[in-house]
Design a protein around this ligand. Structure first.
Ligand SMILES: *Cc1c(COP(=O)(O)O)cnc(C)c1O
Length: 231
């Protein structure tokens, strides 16, 4: 993993890039947040994020976030960005400030029940497989309406928006299209339900610009900040 000074340098560079993309696409410069992805990096990665003033970190495995948050003595928010199995739902509710990867009715119902039992209003995003890639988790675009309906009827869940993983392709237009699709889904459902669904979590180290162009409010960046993953 990179040193803290290298991390800071990378963070400055990423902020400068985001500001440039925002200007280029006519967006407010502070309209895209950075979620540093600490998965498979040592606990120190979480400390780096906090020291640099970032308020949340992204982890993709419940067990890993569990030991890290138990060891970690500071204060950051924890966001789950990896697939969640129903049998890990209680740990996830106990650990994560927000779960970005809700993608089926069974999981949604279980999270709602457990959040109620834990006395918590669980913030969530729905993960949509806009790339329609069979290797990826997430709802297919045609399933989103049904799950939004259920999420809005779940009294212990707060649906804040949507998340997607860009299509892996050397052609940036392909990723852009998957991001645009998510934005269109959000805009359409916002009209249908008269809600804003403010968060669009999209964009990673390799495809930040297209995500900003399509309206991302949160880019999830690991490698470009911390270097290659080791654990
Ligand atoms: C690992 C991961 C990221 C970060 O990827 P980098 O290419 O290292 O920036 C972002 N989102 C998800 C869902 C991930 O699993």
């Amino acid at each position: 993993m990179n040193s803290f000074s290298q991390f800071e340098e990378n963070l400055d560079q990423l902020r400068a890039d985001l500001a440039e993309h925002c200007r280029k696409y006519g967006r407010a410069v502070d309209s895209v947040r950075i979620l540093p992805v600490t998965k498979r990096h040592p606990l120190e990665a979480v400390c780096f994020a906090e020291k640099a003033g970032l308020e949340a970190v992204g982890e993709n495995v419940v067990q890993e976030a569990k030991w890290k948050s138990a060891e970690y003595k500071g204060r950051v928010e924890w966001e789950l960005i990896g697939h969640l199995q129903s049998n890990k739902a209680r740990h996830a509710v106990q650990l994560f400030d927000r779960i970005q990867t809700v993608d089926n009715h069974k999981l949604l119902a279980r999270l709602n029940r457990i959040a109620g039992e834990e006395g918590k209003c669980q913030r969530i995003l729905l993960q949509v497989n806009t790339a329609q890639d069979s290797a990826k988790h997430g709802l297919s675009p045609s399933e989103v309406d049904g799950l939004v309906e259920s999420a809005l009827a779940s009294e212990n869940l707060d649906l804040e928006g949507f998340m997607t993983i860009g299509a892996l392709s050397p052609d940036p237009c392909v990723a852009e299209e998957t991001f645009m699709r998510l934005r269109e889904i959000r805009d359409r459902l916002g009209e249908v339900y008269g809600k804003s669904f403010p968060e669009l979590s999209m964009g990673m180290s390799g495809d930040v610009e297209m995500a900003v162009k399509a309206g991302s409010t949160m880019v999830r960046v690991g490698t470009a900040l911390y270097g290659e993953r080791a654990l």
